[in-house]
Ligand binder design. Sequence first.
Ligand SMILES: Cc1ncc(COP(=O)(O)O)c(C=O)c1O
Length: 451
Amino acid sequence: MARMAEEYARCAPTSAAVQKRALRVLVDGVSNALRWVEPFPPRIARARGAWVEDEDGNRILDFWQGHYANVLGHNPSVVTEALAQAFAGGFGLQTGFVDRAQVAAAEILCRRTGAERVRFTTSGALATMNAVLLARAFTGRDYVLKVGGGWHGGQPWALKGVAFKNGFDHADSRGLPPTVVDHVVLTRFNDPDHLHDTFRRYGDRLAAFIVEPVIGAGGMMPATRAYLHAARELTRKHGALLILDEVITGFRFRAGNVGATYGVSPDLTTFGKAIGGGMPVAAVAGRADVLAQCGRGGTVKFEGGTYAGHPAAMLAAKTMLAHLVAHEDEIYPRLERLSALLRRTVTEAFAGEGIPVRFAGDRNADLPNNSLHMLLFPYEEGRALDTPDEVLDPNVCDHELGERVFRLAMLLENVHTVHGLGATTAAHTADDVAFLGEACRRAARRIKPFL
Ligand SMILES: Cc1ncc(COP(=O)(O)O)c(C=O)c1O
């Protein structure tokens, strides 16, 4: 790591210098822990499509793609041109009024996801927090069920059972109200038996089950069909709401929600990332009677926020959503093809150098050709890697290698990866995947002598 860090510092002197300045004023020099890169992050000057360029002129092939938000890659012209035109015409920054862009965005969301009502906010965490608030108020119950390894943003009901520390049964942050921590119950992803047991024990106290149909930080693994259907059945039977957290998956697998792909109709869905077209937009969408609680005269204070429904953000959202719908038949099959090619290419590159790798959830056939990729270095061949409990356990996979060593080795090859690898976008090409394969081969050769 020390040798690679020195080499990287020689390639990126400007980023190194900016990081020194940043450390004097920003916590760790960044505003989001995931953007801290060891030994320092590249400072990006421009980004287009699959590539970003740092202040030292290094062109980097990016698989992080704005926290998986960029389904079309960085700065797609369809959005930037709409924004440039709007700004030139005197529309874009906050007004505190409403405009027609957010109506159009909400119409697309409702039409493509089966939601009856939408309320926009500015981050996925606020969306999931308010979805929980709505569910607790609607049911008059206190408890919230979530998956061990599930990430729903930095909000009180989501900061339990995220990181693996000999299991998930712990709070992930200090400073939380103890009653909130006590009221969050954990279950195992993709384990319908455990779900049945949990509902048997807590069913009459649960306000909601919040779950990602493809678990993100917990391993980029799709839920099985049987699991999501069990979730729908059990929540309905016990009078709890089903909240599908589609902050990552919404409009990434189709021009709509992925719940529909599974044939599951939740009470509420949270959206974020892709729906903003690169702007900070998130939403709670779903049943009109549940969302009515935050309407005029309602009792739930889900206000959205000062910048909720921000004009430029809503214009970007509307433009992106309309584009994804209009080009659905082209964009999503392309994403699937590239994703399958990427997995084959990376696996073969490492195998060729004698390092066995796997992708988390690679045996799941319910949602094939997943465009979200967590590359793993398992200790044992043939092991099941289908739940966060398996994937995030440091005794099962070498995370030091996957998250630290591989990441820096890849950065030296001008490839940016996070959480094992990242996301394919419609902007990536077969040539980009070949570039990634070559980078993996060289990184593997660099790493191999130290394994
Ligand atoms: C599934 C899921 N839900 C919620 C969030 C929180 O979104 P945000 O970071 O916009 O607050 C994230 C963020 O990564 C996420 O992956």
